[in-house]
Design a protein around this ligand. Sequence first.
Ligand SMILES: Cc1ncc(C[n+]2csc(CCOP(=O)(O)OP(=O)(O)O)c2C)c(N)n1
Ligand SMILES: [Mg+2]
Length: 593
Amino acid sequence: MTRDVPKISGRPAAPEWGSDVAAEMLRRLDIPYIAVEPGASFRGLHDSIVNYLGNEGPELIICNHEEVAVAIAHGYAKYSGRAMAAAVHSTVGLMHATVTIFCAWCDRAPVLILGGTGPMDSTARRPWIDWIHTASQQGELVRDFTKWEHQPASVAAIPEALLRAWQVAHVEPRGPVYVCLDAGLQEQRLAAPIALPDVAAYPHPTPPAPDGDAVAQAAALLVAAEHPVLLLGHTGGTATGWAATIALAEQLGLAVVTDRSSQAAFPTDHPLHQGMWRTQTADGAAEAIREADVILAVQRTDLAGALRERGDPAARVINVTLEPYAVRSWSADHQELPPAELTIASSAEPAIRAIAAAATDAVRADAGVRRRIEERTASLGARSRERRAGLDAANAAVADERPIRSTRLIAELKAALGDRARDAVIAQASHTPWPTATWDFRVPGSYLGHDGGAAVGSGPGIAVGAALAARGSGRPVIAIIGDGELLAAPTALWTAAHHGIPVLFVIENNQSYHNDEVHQDRVAKARGRNAANRWIGQRMDRPAIDYAGLARDLGAVGIGPVITPEQLRPAFDEALRALDEGGPVLVDVRVGD
Ligand SMILES: Cc1ncc(C[n+]2csc(CCOP(=O)(O)OP(=O)(O)O)c2C)c(N)n1
Ligand SMILES: [Mg+2]
């Protein structure tokens, strides 16, 4: 499916133009890809990537909407923890990109967004077009939901701007950054060589580590607790952090609650895992939170929301968070201010390790504490087994229902994957009440969380970006998304086809913006009006949309519509065979409400 890219010959040995300097910096920063919807405001940079760099390190990833380009970079960061670049055209491309920049911001994901404007020297502008595509403070448009935005005023200032942007994006709390390159500077011929920095001389700062006294207090509170709960959020998803979190939970017999908005942070099949917030196992999560006398929250973005589950403020809360450093005025994505006895400013992993180390002696010294931990561990294990058995029975009871239930869909997909299910990457499952009892997240990276901004249309790009980052790892990357979500940005499929990116889209096709149908239902009922009209302005069934056909037209493999539960397994078997060919695959599954 991929096009053979011609070898670019006759490349210059050193930067000759302003944009060559920017391209050279992208290479020095080891940025593998730059997702673009092209535009004249960065035609200089585009030329530098192709004819100066030879379209590698970074390689252009062609997109058909800026929303997709930025979402691809967001998905890449979700899987790899590292930024890639996206370039968006002048005022208009940046406007298209705003929604997914906002998503990356809310998700605290590093993304390097490049743009163009001008020429700022108005005498150099082409009539009309360059004027409507020039803004005096272009980055202002996204200033409120980027960590930093900047427009260097000379070619010589470009390297530092890109170095800083790169660093700022990766320093916790992470986020998107925007660097706007004046078209006039990009197209300026260099009069003399520009000194380029050694990137190694600008390391990222070490992650923020916790205060020792606060750690000692936190450990003491947890050791003395009867019902301590570990509430996990955006912990980073690294293998070392994963192991450290398991070690802390086991050491202290903590009830663990994970979060559907965040990437996998703890094995959901671990006996201490009590539930994933806002999924099928949310009941166990809520019960644990209600029962807790001490709560250790780690990078939980919506801690106050979770605490509302209690109805009383009695639990003693230790909040390990960097969120106070991400608070901005324009959007309320900072969430409600959570109450806490201790707020510890730290990256997740150093705090988890420090608290475990600080608790070691107290646990070792006290046989009573050890007994309490053992008993609690046993009873939490029994409780999670019981809850899972109940959920299994509930899922089995509806397994044969028509229209197809999400839980059956997920069970059949897992069965089709067999041994590969464990390492699969669920890149998006935003509208699905994920049945963790059916499909556990057992390894780091097995679930990547939400899009951050809850914006319809971000999912396809995020999934393709995650698949780009995971390409070659052998891990199947899967997105289970709504029909409305796919329709907002279906061209991500073509980008995946063009670049040979294997990704499986399973469309939960209820032929509706169902989430909003439910809202209309509620409002009509609350007002004593006719709720039967809830479908108007919501349903997408006349005419029905052929998603498999749409996928095929965009160069992907399209399968479906799958109507009955029995058709699921053969459809997924076929899809997984096609996925191994190395491109995008879509399975259209008709589901009910
Ligand atoms: C950009 C944007 N526009 C509108 C919405 C409101 N919205 C939330 S969920 C939803 C329905 C999405 O439809 P679909 O993906 O088919 O999922 P379903 O609710 O049918 O399961 C909409 C329109 C949104 N979140 N973001
Ligand atoms: Mg839908």
